[in-house]
Write a protein that binds this ligand. Structure first.
Ligand code: HCB
Length: 215
């Protein structure tokens, strides 16, 4: 199993879209594989390694972008399969967005897909979304929970802005806030007043169920 994950990670590190897509398709047809693990331990490991190489000066921005595209195309194959297999929605309405000024989408999309696959209705607002827009979508859809992603230390503040706006509008008791992204710490969760953070899509689903009191 580890060998397959390694191959998947390598396809992203080698910036090889065709290989990554082929491996993603094979994963769908392999009943022994947990597709979430495929994303987290396979392709996800690859994009993290690409990030490390970029930080070390081995890769430049075009390679980082290309790596992200390879990861995106492979995970799109997996997530559309997971979405197609998901059940009709009943468990609650969730708004997902990446904070203002931040264009990282991969992790948020994986979380959104896993929530959908677990029976939640998810409205994904995309990336670089202002707290005001997030609030107005929460109201429009009468959402139970909002998930705000931030991958940059400079965009973490967008998560707090959402909490603050919910307080201002008297909606904080009604809407749960889950945050995530590499720079999020327990300390930041407390400081920004969110209900919790999740470090991957599995824990995001667990936390959502816990916060919404769903078995
Ligand atoms: Co980007 N980037 N990047 N980047 N990037 C990071 C995030 C750095 C940490 C890399 C580094 O320096 N080591 C760094 C941020 C440093 C910092 O502020 N602390 C960084 C930087 C600096 C930048 C630019 C500023 C670079 C530049 O232009 N000079 C620029 C940002 C522009 C902007 O946003 N305004 C930039 C651009 C890019 C792209 C476009 C090339 C690409 C993103 C493409 C896309 O998303 N469509 C990219 C990528 C791919 C990364 C790395 C390599 C990987 C991120 C990723 O996709 N991880 C990242 C390095 C790293 O994280 N190790 C690097 C894989 C996913 C699966 O993990 O953590 O995103 P995740 O999500 C998890 C988890 O956090 C949680 O569940 C997800 C699923 O497991 N989760 C949630 C996430 N959101 C949640 C929300 C919830 O409610 C609950 C759980």
């Amino acid at each position: 199993m580890m060998e397959i994950f390694k191959e998947m990670a390598n396809s992203v590190i080698e910036l090889n879209t065709e290989k990554a897509k082929k491996l993603a398709q094979e994963a769908i047809n392999n009943p022994e594989l947990d597709l979430l693990e495929v994303i987290e331990k396979g392709f996800g490991e690859g994009i993290r390694k690409v990030g490390d190489l970029w930080e070390e000066g081995e890769y430049f921005l075009p390679e980082l972008m290309r790596g992200a595209q390879v990861m995106q195309e492979a995970s799109d194959i997996i997530t559309s399969h997971l979405e197609a297999a998901s059940k009709i929605v009943t468990k609650g309405t969730i708004i997902m967005a990446t904070a203002e000024g931040d264009i990282h989408t991969i992790g948020k999309e994986i979380v959104a897909t896993m929530l959908k696959a677990n029976g939640f209705k998810v409205i994904d607002l995309g990336a670089d979304v202002s707290a005001e827009t997030i609030l107005s979508e929460i109201k429009k859809h009468n959402a139970d929970l909002v998930g705000v992603s931030a991958l940059l230390t400079t965009t973490l503040k967008g998560q707090k802005e959402v909490v603050d706006l919910l307080i201002q509008e008297g909606l904080r008791d009604k809407v749960k806030v889950m945050i995530g992204g590499a720079p999020v710490t327990d300390q930041w969760v407390k400081e920004c007043g969110a209900d919790g953070s999740a470090e991957n899509a599995v824990s995001a689903v667990e936390l959502t169920k816990k916060l919404l009191k769903i078995e």
